[in-house]
Ligand binder design. Structure first.
Ligand code: SAH
Length: 201
């Protein structure tokens, strides 16, 4: 099994979005943050021998880390074909055996899984874009690791209560958004993002 440092280095070397699409809020999760959350999930027994789904998998950073940490199977659901092309380029021989890529909308994905791990669009472009990801996650899984803007935590608390999920943990991060889009003036911006761990009551 790789160490946390090995995972972080591996993830830092993956290819990211070539032509990020602004309307879809295509930001890759920072590799250090991805490694931190994946290692935490591993230590909590939520990865090894589990079946996972990465909803809005993008170029696959979360799914690849999970596969390397011993997941039995990881579904990557992604609607953007360009992202899928890069995701495929990112996979090594062993990861290809574990990761199943589904090119489509998350609304059509209905496999039951042990754990969902996802960094969905934050809903700044399309309002409540993250809501449909959370809805789907609660339909297919009893354990969810999901990234959201910290400013929307009130919504997550209400959502969890409504769906019969408890918030097990919240991990706060300063999320670096690289200067991918022309409208970002500063070279590097940080936004407050939290990884929320939800478990069915
Ligand atoms: N999880 C990746 C990518 C985050 S960006 C990472 O952590 O790096 C969010 C991704 O969700 C984008 O790749 C976008 O194309 C995808 N996406 C947005 N809406 C979707 C939908 N309805 N169905 C499937 N994928 C979607």
């Amino acid at each position: 099994m790789p160490s946390k440092t090995q995972i972080a280095i591996k993830l830092s070397r993956l290819k990211t979005f070539e032509n990020p699409k602004n309307y879809s809020e295509q930001y890759t999760t920072d590799s250090e943050i991805a490694a931190t959350v994946l290692w935490h999930a591993f230590m909590k027994g939520d990865i090894q021998d589990n079946t996972l789904a990465d909803l809005g998998a993008g170029t696959g950073i979360l799914a690849i880390g999970a596969a390397d940490l011993g997941a039995k199977k990881v579904f990557c659901v992604e609607q953007d074909e360009d992202a899928i092309t890069t995701l495929k380029e990112n996979l090594d021989k062993d990861e290809k055996k574990i990761i199943k890529i589904i090119n489509g909308d998350i609304k059509d994905f209905n496999e039951k899984v042990d754990v969902v791990i996802m960094n969905p669009p934050f809903g700044t472009k399309e309002k409540h874009a993250d809501r449909k990801f959370l809805e789907k996650a609660t339909e297919i899984s009893q354990t969810i690791y999901s990234f959201h803007k910290t400013s929307t935590l009130d919504f997550i608390h209400a959502f969890a209560k409504d769906k019969g999920f408890a918030i097990d943990e919240i991990i706060h991060f300063k999320f670096p958004l690289r200067n991918t889009f022309a409208h970002h003036k500063k070279k590097r911006e940080y936004i407050d993002v939290s990884c929320i761990i939800l478990r069915k009551i």
